[in-house]
Design a protein around this ligand. Structure first.
Ligand code: URA
Length: 238
């Protein structure tokens, strides 16, 4: 990558600031002072020093996974397989972690990255990042439930949720299939919202998070890097 891009990415500021550092002979690559900002360097195999300090470059990785049921959204777990265990060793960049938590039995979209700031920004409560879930419930879901969700459900115990959108796809006395859109991330939120309406969630799958939608071609447990278009859509959270 270009030297000025590398120095920008590791925090030395704009191209102009980086150029000033280079012009003042403060940048050394493999022992030689560099005087041009457009030289290509490979920070994995070359030694780059700025202001006499060595630069460590950590490439960022961004994956979307279709989380299967039965694995935990954690980096490590003593008892259970984790979503990070599902990442091939050659793709397992240091520092990978899942952005937010899905329950062990919840399936669907999980972003996995080693960019700490992205996860932090996406999970900030005041950013109200929308999450959409497909939900199967063990009985009839009614318009009264839809109105309760729109109003903001209060959990048993008194915690009130923000208004949420409930779209009923199929509804019968034995089972209903619905879509729920929420803008917060309380622990077990969707399950507890239905519990507050006297109903039990029997299947839960996340379909989207903010601007990112689950790729329908990913089978359970599969993952792929985010595309440039998807990364561009995440720009407000970088
Ligand atoms: N709400 C839940 O109840 N569980 C999840 O895993 C995600 C949202």
């Amino acid at each position: 990558m270009r030297l000025d891009k590398l120095l920008g990415e590791v925090g030395f500021g704009s191209r102009k600031t980086v150029k000033r550092l280079i012009n003042s002979k403060q940048v050394v690559v493999d022992g030689k002072v560099v005087m041009e900002d457009n030289v290509n360097v490979d920070p994995q195999i070359q030694e780059v020093f700025v202001l006499q300090k060595k630069i460590y470059y950590q490439p960022h990785a961004y994956y979307m996974m279709n989380k299967p049921g039965g694995v935990v959204s954690a980096v490590q777990d003593k008892k259970n397989e984790t979503v990070i265990d599902l990442i091939k060793e050659s793709d397992r960049f240091p520092g990978l972690y899942p952005v937010g938590r899905l329950d062990k039995d919840t399936e669907g979209l999980l972003l996995i990255t080693n960019n700490g700031n992205l996860g932090y920004q996406l999970l900030l409560p005041h950013k109200h990042v929308a999450k959409k879930y497909e939900v199967i419930v063990n009985e009839r879901v009614t318009n009264t439930d839809r109105e309760a969700f729109a109003e903001g459900v209060t959990f048993h115990g008194g915690i009130k949720c923000k208004p949420a959108k409930l779209t009923i796809l199929e509804s019968s006395d034995l089972e209903s299939r619905v879509i729920v859109e929420i803008s917060e991330g309380k622990f077990h939120q969707v399950k507890k919202m239905f519990l507050a309406c006297g109903k039990k969630v029997t299947y839960l799958k996340r379909l989207s998070m903010g601007p990112i939608e689950l790729d329908g071609n990913l089978s359970a447990g599969a993952y792929r890097p985010l595309t440039i278009e998807e990364l561009n859509q995440l720009t407000p959270y970088f």
